[in-house]
Design a protein around this ligand. Sequence first.
Ligand SMILES: C[S@@+](CC[C@H](N)C(=O)[O-])C[C@H]1O[C@@H](n2cnc3c(N)ncnc32)[C@H](O)[C@@H]1O
Length: 215
Amino acid sequence: MLKLESKSEGSVPQPHESHFYHNLVPAYQALWPAVAKRRIQANLTALNIPAGTRVLEVGVGTGMSLEAYPEHADILGVDLSESMLAEAEVLIEKNDWQHIKVRSMNAEQLEFEDASFDLVTSFHTISVVSRPDQMMREMVRVCKPGGRILVINHFRSENPLIARVVDSAGGITRRLGWRTDLEVNDLLNELPIEVESCHKNNPLSLFRVLVAKRV
Ligand SMILES: C[S@@+](CC[C@H](N)C(=O)[O-])C[C@H]1O[C@@H](n2cnc3c(N)ncnc32)[C@H](O)[C@@H]1O
């Protein structure tokens, strides 16, 4: 079993302050899908998810990604924000998606046994939780050996110039609830995974697509 200790071992994980998201829902729903939905759909489709796959999506939000999952898989989305989940539930009901469920849960403390899912996904969430390393450990813990992990997120650029420019906006984005200085390699250290790819869908994209296999 994967150990969950971290630098702040013993402390209770602090859930993200999600009032921000509660207040932001209307603006978020108007703007965000246009930016991100196509990228999520393309990368989920590329995984060729087989029939019967048990999928966990961490930080499912309003359920923007949900239509991209095949109906032959079982999808569970979790999120801390009740208002985000309420929107996702409306979407699920409207589309009569029997294969999808959502529930309230802290990404840093997933309430599942080890090795419960074949595929664990997360989009644009790991940089808003209080402890990204803890969230990543939890995603890996609940993934079955041989299963896969898909994360799409902004990570700190490998180009020092771009990294410095983006870092300078960090004070603003942090006030908005997310950080821009997350180093992808820091998250992956010592985890029982093999990184299959960590790429951008195009060179100008701010977002990286991490695909890893649980060993
Ligand atoms: C930027 S939104 C992304 C939502 C969705 N994945 C998308 O791409 O549209 C980040 C999400 O993370 C959720 N979140 C923040 N902290 C969390 C935590 N500790 N546990 C679970 N969800 C959390 C927020 O409520 C929000 O829905």
